[in-house]
Design a protein around this ligand. Structure first.
Ligand code: F6R
Length: 611
């Protein structure tokens, strides 16, 4: 998704802006640009394509300056092109970069055209530049103009604005899209994500909804949505620029897959004491609240939704509580029945996904829920700040667009939640202690599953030329099949579908022939015999069958018609999380063989902050 960087310093800002955009590249984008003020002359450089092309353009046509704004654009209104790339400019005086979507841009565009403004792009953003210019012409200073302009915008925005009329400051504003202020010594910055600024500071201010901020070299001022001065805390982050480096790995995705044993261990650390989950894991108020929970509604998008689907099996089986799981974009526009004492759980890596945030807000409206719990990876995110209870997954920064370690740590966190709800609802103590032990073993089991990589790399060769693939699972392994299909689609562009294996003969079996590889997840549990009959149905139709099976599972396949890969997990609670590991590796190796852009797959963005 789009990225913003802004800087006011006593040194040249071009390299700071470019490095900031590079740190945001992982989010996905199709064009890049920057604008700087040289004295009071506005200079702009824009390119369709990668930040390194913008860097080359800047080297060919230098624009040294001490104040500037920059942007990576992920097209929403208007095709990806240089003309539509940000920054947008009005009257050669005002320049704007914007993340989000302005829903009333057409009405504003007509109004501004009537006032004599000519538009040079198809974007919704350009209205903001002209609005600010028009308000400055009425005599408002830049802060007042931005306050008044943003009051007219419907939709979501994070913006940074430069005006040659006040060449010593950048003004930013946010509503619905994140924006942070980076506090330096004699220099200040804006970024849509702290990662953009980790090379220049570790001190940040997280702006509230509707805030407007002015940054200058020697200070900053913050105003609320009505233009009243506001105070916001400065916080130090432990994140370092090195934590988001790729190191020796060829791709971030591979690095993140291999970081999973550590990331899961961190997520469980200090939360389990021998055979018990510690009482303070969900916050001080949680024990009484969680004890009252009679139902659970889980809401999320994409991979995070798949983690929720696994948790439903756990919560219903272990705590005996009804649990529904829904994608946020559906939940937010539906009249949801909320029975008494329901817990709302939002699952999100970024904590900034527009639909998940809107679902949280819809859920909180009317106080129908007992409480809202965020399971999230980013401590300062909007989701965390707006939820009553928080359970952080400690995956560390996830840069690859395809989510891997975030998913596995979400499963670990949701495992903690499921077991806590189970304890509060009277699960047999011996069974509880055994399951806590199984959850604690997850880092080790994930490390063992990673050992399959050489075999997976060979298996990947059998998928690389396929147009389609079918994934099968049963029980809590069914969502793992769904997640595996999503991973393969996302990064290798092979069409993949997942079905509960029992559904095969109700339709999808018609697709099975020698061109359709079928991959099944076969843990050693009470559903195994059922699954094996489903696999026979595939074999009988000449389908090529690949099975990721537990060590104890007896499946034999002819080498030319398929393959079996082995894991040693038994009937563990965490088997779904472990079986997911070879499937992540499969998607990765198929994508590498196909030569796709693994970390930034086409058309996708890391954090979907627009609807
Ligand atoms: C897929 C993927 C997406 C995200 C989804 C939700 O690999 O990464 O499906 O899971 O966009 O994002 P978060 O978890 O940030 O809310």
């Amino acid at each position: 998704m789009c990225g913003i960087v802004g800087a006011v310093a006593d040194r040249e800002v071009g390299p700071i802006l470019i490095a900031g955009l590079q740190a945001l590249e992982y989010r996905g984008y199709d064009s890049a640009g920057l604008a700087v003020l040289q004295g009071s002359a506005l200079e702009r450089r824009r390119t369709q394509g990668k930040v390194r092309e913008l860097e080359q353009l800047l080297a060919a046509e230098p624009a040294p300056a001490r104040i500037g704004i920059a942007h990576t654009r992920w097209a929403t209104h208007g095709v990806p092109s240089t003309r539509n790339a940000h920054p947008h400019v009005s009257s050669d005086l005002v320049s704007v970069v914007h993340n989000g979507i302005i829903e009333n841009h057409e009405a504003l565009r007509r109004e501004l055209q009537d006032a004599g403004y000519a538009f040079s792009s198809e974007t919704d953003t350009e209205v903001i530049a002209h609005l600010v210019d028009a308000l400055q012409r009425e005599g408002l200073d830049l802060v007042q103009a931005v306050v008044r302009a943003t009051q007219r915008l419907h939709g979501a925005y994070a913006i940074a604005v430069l005006s040659a009329r006040e060449p010593d400051r950048v003004v930013g504003a946010r509503r619905g899209s994140p924006l942070v202020v980076g506090v330096g010594l004699g220099e200040h910055f804006l970024g849509s994500d702290v990662q953009a600024l980790l090379r220049v500071t570790n001190r940040f201010i997280y702006l509230d909804e509707g805030d407007v901020v002015e940054i200058r070299r020697d200070g900053y001022r913050i105003f609320d949505a009505d233009g009243r001065p506001a105070a916001r805390d400065v916080r130090e982050t432990d994140l370092t620029a090195d934590a988001v480096e790729r190191g020796e790995y060829r791709h971030y995705m591979l690095k993140e897959i291999h970081e999973q044993p550590e990331a899961v261990a961190r997520t469980l650390e200090g939360r389990i004491n021998g055979t018990r989950i510690l009482p303070n894991v969900f916050g001080v108020a949680a024990e009484t609240l969680l004890g009252r929970v009679r139902q659970v509604h889980i809401v999320a998008c994409g991979t995070s939704y798949h983690a929720g689907l696994v948790a439903r099996y756990w919560i219903e089986a272990l705590a005996g509580l009804p649990c529904s799981v829904e994608v946020a974009s559906e939940y937010r526009y539906r009249d949801v029945v909320v029975p008494a004492d329901t817990l709302f759980v939002a699952v999100s890596q970024s904590g900034e996904t527009a639909d998940t945030l809107a679902a949280l807000r819809a859920g909180k409206a009317g106080a129908r829920y007992l409480a809202a719990l965020a399971v999230c990876n980013v401590p300062e995110s909007s989701l965390v700040r707006e939820s009553d209870l928080v359970l952080m997954t400690r995956a560390g920064p996830e840069i690859g667009v395809a989510s891997t370690k975030a998913f596995t740590t979400q499963l670990a966190a949701l495992g903690l939640l499921s077991l806590e709800l189970a304890r509060l609802n009277g699960i047999d103590t011996a069974r509880y202690e055994r399951l806590v032990g199984e959850l604690s073993a997850l880092p080790r089991l994930v490390a063992e599953a990673l050992q399959l990589e050489p075999q997976i790399a060979i298996l990947a060769e059998r998928f690389v030329d396929k147009q389609h693939a079918l994934f099968l699972g049963r029980g809590a392994s069914y969502p793992i099949a769904v997640e595996a299909a999503l991973k393969l689609k996302e990064i290798s562009y092979i069409h993949a579908e997942a079905y509960p294996a029992g559904e095969l003969k109700h339709g999808p079996l018609a697709l099975v022939d020698e061109h359709m590889p079928v991959l099944a997840v076969a843990p050693n549990n009470q559903l195994l015999e059922k699954l094996k009959s489903n696999l026979e149905e595939v074999r009988a139709r000449g389908g090529e069958l690949f099975v990721i099976a537990d060590q104890a599972v007896d499946v034999k396949l002819d080498a030319d018609r398929g393959a079996v890969l082995r894991l040693n997990v038994g009937d563990s609670l965490v088997a779904p999380a472990v079986f997911n590991i070879p499937l992540q590796l499969l998607a990765y190796h198929v994508a590498v063989l196909k030569g796709t852009d693994v970390d930034q797959p086409r058309n996708l963005a890391k954090s979907v902050t627009v609807e």
